[in-house]
Design a protein around this ligand. Structure first.
Ligand SMILES: NC(=O)c1ccc[n+]([C@@H]2O[C@H](COP(=O)([O-])OP(=O)(O)OC[C@H]3O[C@@H](n4cnc5c(N)ncnc54)[C@H](OP(=O)(O)O)[C@@H]3O)[C@@H](O)[C@H]2O)c1
Length: 250
């Protein structure tokens, strides 16, 4: 049975990908750092015994290597959902440098490295890849500077790869805006900074999977996120920087 690997499946979009991909008939390899939270994802599935869980911290290169070695043993792996990621909220100079390097490692370096290692197998099996980037890739974000830098890198890499692999592998570059997941808590953002543009994880994932069914592409999910993207495109950068700083600063 065809297997799909989902990084960061212990909550948020990752858990929703697990639910919707299982309903499409795939067996899953669920990744996370926290075994207890990963078990909650398994509990949310119809056939938990069919799926496998792997633990690794993607900010640690040795653990990424071990994960790749383990995945290479899976003869039926046909797809990667590069979803795991986090941000660090606060002024760049005031937040720990190590944490910000971990953002780059987890959100950009690990998915690129894993994809490079596993792409030959995915191509042979005519599978697919979904890279969960962000609309943060479209505008520099004061107070989420490293995160926006990592996601800009991820979007550029994923879109270039999608073009290189056209006709050979379906690639989705998913660029959501704000969604109610664990992301804000993990990044340290204060509560109460809600947003009109929020879109549910279920809708984000179902739009990504529709895009996949249509052959892949750059997917901005839902009308609220599409509207946000249009605003981003129309607003001069000097103005959007000021507005985002006002919105995001401490
Ligand atoms: N929610 C939004 O507003 C939003 C918008 C645009 C893009 N995104 C992107 O969507 C993706 C999923 O995030 P989410 O919103 O679903 O947030 P979430 O609920 O916090 O889920 C993030 C997932 O990534 C995993 N993860 C974080 N750091 C990791 C590390 N060092 N090693 C391994 N796994 C790690 C987490 O595992 P643990 O449980 O172990 O922490 C968790 O499973 C991220 O790439 C995020 O940047 C989110």
């Amino acid at each position: 049975m065809a297997k799909v690997f989902i990084s960061g499946a212990s909550g948020g979009f990752g858990r929703e990908f697990a639910i919707q991909l299982e309903a499409m008939g795939y067996d899953l390899i669920l990744h996370g750092r926290d075994r207890v939270r990963l078990q909650l994802t398994l509990d949310a599935l119809q056939h938990p015994k069919k799926h496998l869980c792997l633990i690794a911290d993607l900010a640690i290169p040795e653990e990424v290597e071990q994960l790749i070695s383990r995945l290479r043993q899976e003869d039926e792996l046909i797809a990667l959902v590069n979803n795991a990621g986090f941000g660090v909220w606060g002024r760049f100079v005031e937040r720990e440098s190590v944490l910000q390097q971990e953002v780059l490692q987890t959100d950009l370096m690990a998915p690129m490295h894993m994809s490079h290692a596993l792409l030959p197998a995915l191509l042979k099996r005519k599978g697919f890849m979904i890279n969960v980037s962000s609309l943060a890739a479209e505008t520099p974000l004061p107070c989420l500077a490293s995160y926006a830098a990592a996601k800009a890198g991820l979007t550029f890499w994923s879109e270039a790869l999608r073009t290189e692999l056209a006709e050979k592998l379906r690639v989705v570059t998913l660029a959501p805006g704000p969604s109610p997941t664990g992301f804000r808590d993990r990044s340290g953002m204060v509560a109460g900074k809600g947003s009109f543009f929020r879109t549910s994880a279920g809708e984000v994932v179902s739009q990504a999977l529709q895009c996949l069914e249509q052959g892949g592409g750059y997917c901005i999910p839902g009308w609220r996120h599409k509207l946000l993207f249009v605003i981003q495109c129309l607003t001069p950068r000097c103005l959007s920087l000021k507005l985002m700083y006002k919105y995001l600063r401490l």
